[in-house]
Design a protein around this ligand. Structure first.
Ligand code: PLP
Length: 408
């Protein structure tokens, strides 16, 4: 028997966009209740068609020939990403994922012994591992800035920690383990005042909220295609501000990133494509450009409003289920909801939901080690909503979780 959750009527998520159309465009909505949009979202039909269309063209006429024929479509991704971020197309590099985009920027920075890297507590494991490696190699220092009372990076603490040895502030905008939205713009103000480099990992925020690199004040920003942008897997991109581009020498170069000009000379190209390499996922690039345009057409402000509201309903709903504790923190919280369930591992919950065609993922403690240790968290279930999800799906999710908690 289904237990009625005691919550009163929740405020329906605002129809800031055409949800019916978004669902019609998303074949996956017929198959699953997809709350794993921070893992990989469901591609909309136009993205799928563009990606598969290019693969089919490659199969029919040849990969190089398909690239030549679709040159304009392949170029469009730079324009689309630059429109989304408010920068110039030549400040964009397209990469195979967000990690490689971030790495290309980070490993380009020439650190010296004693240089300081300031970061946040909820930093992503791959970024932190890179800090540690570079610190071991160069003698740079890695220093996490404390959180404030809301759980976001404390801007006053950051300001207090600044001195002339701070070479880089590198922060994750939305961590992998919850809805927290770090105050990217306020961090940017501190970086601009100090004149140090600022790298923002926008992997989880790109596609669920507006991102304006000028307003944020970052020098570099990395993002992925498959998450909130709803693009194909194996795509990502990097923004690097023109003013810092030429000071950053990529850790790897090839004949696309640089030109072999004489027997013992090469010249690195002047634009952000110095961070790319020659061979790429061409179908993915076309799909990514369609995905970005699709999000821009709907409007990132409208997307944010609906996503935040659905996530709030989800937090309210699951917090009424006995034994379930919502774990994500922050003054501003986005579409990612993390929780633990008493007596059940996150994997057990994920598997039980999966048998009901409900998709979530697990946030393991090592993905954000500092934050997990500080809060004593041993893994969480991560449910992440998108604008094409509905109030009815939130209700169904809560009912399914409630049943699992009582039956397992
Ligand atoms: C905060 C954050 N940064 C970076 C990444 C890595 O992105 P990608 O898998 O596209 O390399 C992730 C992936 O989950 C993430 O959550």
């Amino acid at each position: 028997m289904e237990r009625r959750l005691t919550h009163g009527p929740r405020r329906p998520a605002p129809m800031t966009l055409d949800v019916e159309r978004a669902r019609r465009d998303t074949p996956g909505c017929e198959e699953v209740l997809h709350f794993n949009n921070a893992g990989a979202s469901l591609m909309p039909e136009p993205v799928l068609r563009a990606t598969v269309g290019h693969l089919e063209l490659e199969a029919r006429i040849g990969g190089y020939e398909a690239a030549a024929r679709e040159e304009d479509a392949l170029e469009r991704v730079y324009g689309a990403a630059s429109r989304m971020l408010g920068c110039a197309p030549d400040e964009i590099a397209v990469t195979e994922n967000a990690t490689r985009a971030w790495d290309m920027a980070f490993y380009s920075i020439p650190f010296s012994p004693g240089d300081r890297i300031l970061t946040a507590q909820a930093e992503y494991a791959s970024n932190y591992i890179a800090y540690l490696q570079v610190a071991q190699r160069t003698g740079a220092l890695v220093e996490p800035v404390p959180d404030d009372e809301h759980g976001q990076i404390s801007v006053p603490a950051l300001r207090y920690m600044m001195d002339e040895r701070v070479r880089l502030i590198a922060v994750t905008h939305v961590p992998t383990n919850g809805g927290l939205v770090n105050p990217a713009k306020e961090v940017g103000k501190v970086a601009r005042e100090a004149g140090c480099l600022y790298l923002l990992d926008a992997c989880q925020s790109a596609g669920q909220m507006p991102l304006d690199v000028g307003g944020i004040g970052c020098d570099m920003l990395s993002a992925t295609g498959r998450k909130y942008l709803r693009g194909p897997r194996g795509t990502g991109f990097l923004y690097v501000r023109r003013g810092v581009l030429e000071r950053l020498e990529p850790p790897f170069l090839d004949l696309h990133a640089a030109e072999w000009t004489a027997r013992d000379q090469f010249e690195i190209r002047p634009d952000a494509r110095r961070f790319e390499n020659w061979e790429a996922n061409f179908a993915g690039k076309i799909g990514l450009s369609v995905a970005i345009d699709y999000a821009l057409d709907i409007g990132l402000e409208a997307i944010r409003e609906r996503v935040y509201s659905l996530a709030k309903s989800l937090r309210d709903g699951i917090s009424e289920i006995p034994g379930v504790v919502v774990r994500d923190i922050g003054k501003e919280r986005c579409g990612i909801v993390t929780f633990t369930a008493e007596g059940k591992s996150p994997e057990e919950i994920k598997d039980a939901l999966s048998t009901r065609a409900v998709n979530v993922s697990v946030a393991p403690p090592a993905s954000t080690l500092l934050d997990s240790q500080a809060r004593g968290l041993d893994g969480m279930v991560r449910a992440s909503v998108h604008y094409f999800n509905t109030d009815e799906e939130v209700e169904r999710f809560c009912a399914a979780l409630d049943r699992i908690m009582r039956e397992m």
